[in-house]
Design a protein around this ligand. Structure first.
Ligand code: PHE
Ligand code: FE
Length: 297
């Protein structure tokens, strides 16, 4: 694929407003097209999160990120990261324009390919943007692809996604909640305290602090059925974080066939993002301070 032309996600005017046109193609990272501003944006975000995540991110995240040799000096080249990944866990990064249709995304994961958005946010979007960019995908997701158990979990999730897609829309909703509350916003208990492993958190300055230190959100022990019923937030920090004890726990809990589980859950009501339930293993009951009153998805 010719990568000399820099690309952006194209947008299209529809009755829902200006929406991105999803491209399913794998593209080569047009590394030479990154501007000095792009590299500076990477450096700023990288240094800020590296400092913030000391003592906050889990051991595996920090150690594996160092193994890649990522630095603030320049946006990493996917080819360089892929050499490290190939030897360690067999995962490969593939460049994409942005969000993918569900089935395409699942198929990548099921084949140990992780899609990474090649473009990086603009300087005025340092603290927040609505869609994943290179910093979120690469800084946030890639380090744990070097952790063998988590690497297997991601592939199993992809296979589970292909399967859920064949079952129906409700199964997909349940499965997406699992991804959200583990891969994107998961916490892990380690060295006598809570640590971050979710990529949505590690790539966010505000939420890296909020998820561990704010009294507002609930912090509840991992429970597969409970998570699959729990709605979540896409435009505010989470109201609830779920805590695993180890990546093995995650792997073991999700190994069984989900088919009967989807059927069981279909008969139960969904749980609002901020609710605490009778059977919950509560690490911290959130004060609810500053919570939006609506908007769970
Ligand atoms: N065990 C799940 C199924 O049968 C697949 C899966 C594994 C889903 C790991 C998520 C995470 O559907
Ligand atoms: Fe993500």
């Amino acid at each position: 694929m010719n990568s000399s032309e820099p690309r952006r996600i194209e947008h299209q005017q529809t009755d829902k407003g200006y929406v991105p046109v999803y491209t399913t193609a794998v593209v080569e990272q047009p590394w030479a097209s990154y501007s000095r501003t792009d590299h500076r944006t990477w450096a700023t975000l990288f240094e800020r999160q590296r400092d913030l995540l000391k003592g906050r991110a889990c051991r595996e995240f920090i150690e594996n990120q160092e193994r890649f040799g990522m630095s603030p000096d320049a946006i990493p080249r996917f080819d360089d990261l892929n050499e490290v990944l190939a030897k360690a866990t067999g995962w490969q990064l593939v460049g994409v324009e942005g969000l993918l249709p569900e089935l395409v995304f699942f198929d990548h994961l099921a084949n140990r390919r992780f899609p990474v958005t090649w473009w990086i946010r603009k300087p005025e979007q340092l603290d927040y943007l609505a869609e994943p960019d290179l910093f979120h995908d690469l800084f946030g997701h890639v380090p744990l692809l070097l952790e063998p158990v988590f690497a297997d979990y991601m592939q199993a999730y992809g296979r589970g996604g292909v399967k859920a897609h064949g079952i129906g829309a409700e199964a997909l909703v349940n499965l997406t909640r699992l991804y959200w509350y583990t891969v994107e916003f998961g916490l892990i208990r380690q060295d006598g305290g809570l640590r971050i492993y979710g990529s949505g958190i590690v790539s966010s300055k505000g939420e890296s602090i909020y998820c561990l230190e704010s009294p507002a959100p609930n912090r509840i022990g991992f429970d597969l059925r409970r998570i699959m019923r729990t709605r979540y937030r896409i435009d505010t920090y989470q109201k609830t974080y779920f805590v695993i004890d180890s990546f093995e726990q995650l792997m073991d809990a999700t190994r069984p066939d989900f088919r009967p589980l989807y059927a069981e859950i279909a008969a139960q009501p969904s749980i609002p993002a901020g609710d605490v339930q009778g059977g919950d293993l509560v690490h911290h009951r959130g004060s609810g301070e500053g919570w939006a009153t609506d908007g769970d998805v």
